[in-house]
Design a protein around this ligand. Structure first.
Ligand SMILES: *Cc1c(COP(=O)(O)O)cnc(C)c1O
Length: 471
């Protein structure tokens, strides 16, 4: 299997190279040249099998050349052994015909663990074979940083540096990053905003000497391996509710379009997905696109669901590639237009094609709070603000269809205790294995918003110059 860039200019790459490259050299995102298919018999055969086994089976065609079948079985088994429940991504019934897919049972209590735990294993596997090391640098406003740290901690060939804006992430989120005791984990609190952190990371990647010397790699949601890992839970959830014999619908809280794109990929592979419902917060660029066919950036509004506070949905480019019939030059043109003017639009017929699968709805903080309260009242469950937006969008747009609706729960309520308490009067408790989070010692280095200082810190603490152990 080869991978192509959405902008059509970068070289085709193998899975290993896509994993380590992240973004394509032409600025595009990688996609498989062809989507493998899951036959109805294969889907039916997944029923009742352990999550890690289904994961290996779904992913096998994508990385067959990179990973022998047995090695892949080991990778998925290890990646998902850390999940609190043996079900890994369990389904909980909300009411008749409506289900919640709980994706927050990994080490950092957010759905990003599902992909990043696997990514950590894949990095180790590929780097061991090549006898190489990498240095991961990333900026976080919350969930991604801790999930990436947990995925990379103690790995022999990976050093990880996560920048967060000092004093501007929630206490739970900060502690989840800074209390990890591992020599290869480095937290940097930047005296600045999240945008400053992102700009620093971008500048490090744009410094060729530094990038090559440190073997920089990224773990953000444009990495195709993350999408790949996320396809799996769409499959297990649909099969649990009767696929391939029965169709299902999903509602997904999203900002970057990464999670819901994995649902689209599952549909492309043959999963009977009737509809993908996208829930946005007040940063509703996606909902507006589905209403008008125009993608238009606006300023970011801080909300109760900070992991969806984005201005640009970077993974949307992968859907755009399909809507423009795989014409990389056309994608590049639209993305350039967007970069210049903050806007691009697709023709009516192309929008209509998107609307055959997607619909979207937006929820401001007041409606998000109301939904958290309603779910508590009607089902007894506490849900986090992101999950509540997905549930609300499903309720509003799926209506009375007799196709089962699966809403994706992307964070544990205890990750956003203030919002949940404000809506319900109840403060959700952290799961037992994190119960002492507030007592654990923190490790973090404060640095000024200065590229030279941050680069010097990374250089001094990474092992990029040392010889890597080979497998
Ligand atoms: C990252 C995140 C999201 C949004 O994910 P996308 O990749 O933008 O779809 C939603 N909820 C939570 C809790 C997250 O951490």
């Amino acid at each position: 299997m080869r991978y192509v860039s959405t902008r059509g200019q970068a070289p085709r790459l193998s899975f290993d190279d896509v994993l380590l490259a992240g973004l394509a050299r032409d600025g595009g995102l990688y996609l498989p040249e062809e989507w493998p298919t899951l036959s109805p018999e294969e889907l039916a055969g997944f029923a009742g099998r352990p999550y890690a086994e289904v994961a290996a089976a779904v992913m096998r065609p994508f990385l067959a050349e990179s990973c022998a079948a047995e090695a892949l079985d080991d990778l998925t088994a290890r990646a998902y052994s850390s999940f609190a429940r043996t079900g890994t991504c369990p389904l909980v019934q909300l009411d008749e015909g409506r289900w919640l897919l709980e994706l927050f049972h990994g080490p950092t209590l957010a759905f990003k663990d599902v992909a990043l735990q696997l990514l950590g294993e894949l990095f180790d596997h590929v780097l061991a074979r090549r006898g190489e090391r990498i240095t991961i640098v990333g900026a976080t406003s919350g969930d991604t940083g801790s999930a990436a740290i947990e995925a990379c901690r103690d790995r022999e060939r990976v050093d990880i540096f996560i920048l967060h804006p000092k004093g501007r992430v929630s206490e739970v989120q900060r502690r989840q990053m800074t209390t990890v005791e591992a020599a290869n984990v480095h937290n940097i609190a930047v005296e600045g905003t999240f945008d400053d952190c992102q700009a620093l990371v971008k500048a490090m990647f744009n410094d060729p000497a530094f990038r090559d010397q440190q073997r920089l790699a990224a773990v953000n949601s444009i990495n195709f391996a993350r999408i790949l890992a996320q396809i799996v839970y769409y499959v297990t959830a649909a099969v649990a509710l009767g696929a391939p014999h029965r169709r299902v619908a999903f509602s997904v809280p999203t900002g970057n379009f990464g999670n819901v794109f994995a649902g689209y990929a599952a549909k492309r592979m043959g999963l009977p997905v009737e509809r993908l419902i996208v829930g946005s917060n007040s940063n509703d660029i996606l909902t507006r696109f589905f209403e008008t066919g125009a993608m238009e950036a606006q300023g970011v509004i801080p909300t109760l669901s900070p992991s969806m506070d984005i201005q640009v949905s970077s993974n949307f480019e992968r859907l755009l590639f399909d809507l423009l019939d795989g014409d990389g030059a056309a994608v590049a043109r639209e993305m350039e237009r967007f970069k210049q003017s903050g806007r691009f639009a697709v023709e009516r017929s192309r929008l209509e094609r998107a609307l055959e699968t997607f619909s979207g709805a937006r929820y401001d903080d007041a409606r998000t709070r109301a939904e958290i309260a309603r779910v508590r009242r009607e089902t007894g469950l506490l849900v986090d603000p992101h999950s509540a937006i997905g549930i609300a969008a499903g309720r509003e747009l799926h209506g009375k269809s007799d196709v089962p609706l699966i809403s994706l729960a992307t964070a544990h309520p205890a990750k956003f205790p203030d919002a949940v308490e404000a809506a319900t009067g109840e403060r959700p408790a952290l799961p037992e294995r994190l119960a002492d989070l507030y007592e654990r010692p923190e490790r973090c280095t404060a640095l000024p918003n200065d590229l030279a200082e941050v680069e010097a810190y990374v250089r001094a603490h990474s092992r990029a110059g040392e010889r890597a152990p080979s497998a």
